[in-house]
Design a protein around this ligand. Sequence first.
Ligand code: CO8
Length: 260
Amino acid sequence: TPPKIRVEFDQSTGVAVMHMQSPPVNSLSLDFLTELCISVEKLEMDKSCRGLIITSAQPKVFSAGLDITEMYGKSPEHCGAFWRSVQEMWLKLYGSNMVTVAAINGSSPAGGCLMAMTCDYRIMADNPRYNIGLNETQLGIVAPFWFMDTMKNTVGQRTTEIALQLGLLYKPADALKIGLVDQLEPEDQVIAAATQTISRWLAIPDHARQITKSMMRKKTIDKLTSNRESDIQYFVNFITKDSIQKSLGGYMEMLKKRRA
Ligand code: CO8
């Protein structure tokens, strides 16, 4: 199978661009997340790499979020391994020493939004057909505490309460208004704008910026790190319930019908 992640590293700038290329919609499968984590780890260990831009090679979609087929009709063991890889992705990206910028060139629901929120800065394509947000409740599921924390850290408590209960997906202009994204650009300029932003961030001494980032995020990261196993247990119990499986099945049907 072809690689789901393609990394372009520019030695002269110290910036890597990670293209997610898992057709059709970059859904976060176990394989995809494993590959992504390996790529991030490699870059993290490479001292010459100081910045990372995450973007999509698929048209219209940044990432459709967690791959629902990894949570539907699967064994508890599989669901557990899958959830561990979701945690790993979040821990690696939210705790990265690199400057990270999400170049959101398409829709970014649920896990896609989570991934974008792990970055230091978000630039979204100014196309009203795209949306972004944590829409879990619309699927009859509940965003885990660390999804909630990440959103709270991004847009604040009040906005998060509303967004999460209603499972809101925001158009780019509205996402900008609530601070879920930081900047809008015409679609074909999103990556160039991300490159520009990152060079500004890289002008700050690395150690000072890194310590600041890590101090800001430490409490949130420690909360998951010290509850990892119970979070997996909770997820597996929740997702394998008959009622939840039924919701997920219905949601997948709806996705397919909508297209037909
Ligand atoms: N997982 C698996 N397959 C998916 C997913 C997904 N998340 N999203 C789309 N697909 C499939 C579709 O079913 C479709 O399959 P097929 O070709 O067989 O019909 C194919 O991908 C293409 O999808 P669309 O035709 O819908 O493509 P569009 O370009 O029209 O739309 C969107 C793209 C906007 C991304 C749209 O597909 C969409 O809205 N997808 C669903 C997104 C979503 O709701 N994701 C939520 C996942 S749950 C999550 O991330 C966090 C869960 C936390 C769990 C906590 C429990 C405790």
